[in-house]
Design a protein around this ligand. Structure first.
Ligand code: HEC
Length: 142
């Protein structure tokens, strides 16, 4: 890092009231935005989330349940997946990471490299929204 970059960072930290607390704020913002997307299908700016083809339901929660437990029977015989930590991480051959989760949400490729049922929308989210909803799923659905 160049001197002027460090100087910029330091002054930004001072402006934002300290680096440690701004990191905590960023995490809280990510969780709040992720929760809004998951439960309402709108991000914290009020923007409706979109997918490659129009989704059957407007929010993650509508198909996966508020606690992410899944098991909801959908048209065409699809059953929504359990998104809780116990299902996505513990005991998985290829446990979901943030990167794998972002890939599944945006491209429909699961942790084993297999294609998910097309009833699971291929979401087209901003980088921030994709990160935040994956972060919420991985850290809040127990
Ligand atoms: C229209 C219903 C529907 C909506 C809306 C939906 N999903 Fe899904 N999702 C599914 C179904 C059905 C599956 C299971 C697909 C399969 O078994 O191949 C699934 C699977 C998944 C998986 C893969 C889990 C695994 O075990 O590999 C993830 C991750 C996921 N959904 C996240 C989300 C997130 C995050 C949202 C919101 C941004 C969302 N889903 C919205 C129906 C939906």
């Amino acid at each position: 890092m160049k001197y002027y970059q460090i100087a910029t960072l330091v002054s930004l930290c001072i402006l934002l009231g300290g680096c440690a607390s701004s990191a905590t704020d960023a995490r809280a913002d990510a969780l709040a935005n992720g929760k809004a997307i998951f439960s309402t299908g709108r991000d914290s700016q009020g923007q409706t989330i979109a997918a490659q083809t129009p989704p059957l339901m407007p929010s993650c929660q509508a198909c996966h349940g508020a606690n992410g437990a899944g098991g909801v029977h959908l048209p065409g015989g699809a059953v929504s997946a359990d998104l809780r930590y116990s299902a996505l991480v513990s005991g998985q051959k290829h446990p979901y990471t943030m990167a794998l989760l972002e890939r599944a949400i945006s491209t429909g490729i699961d942790d084993d490299g297999d294609s998910l049922n097309p009833v699971m929308p291929r979401w087209q989210l901003s980088k921030q929204d994709l990160h935040d909803v994956a972060y919420y799923v991985l850290h809040k659905l127990k």
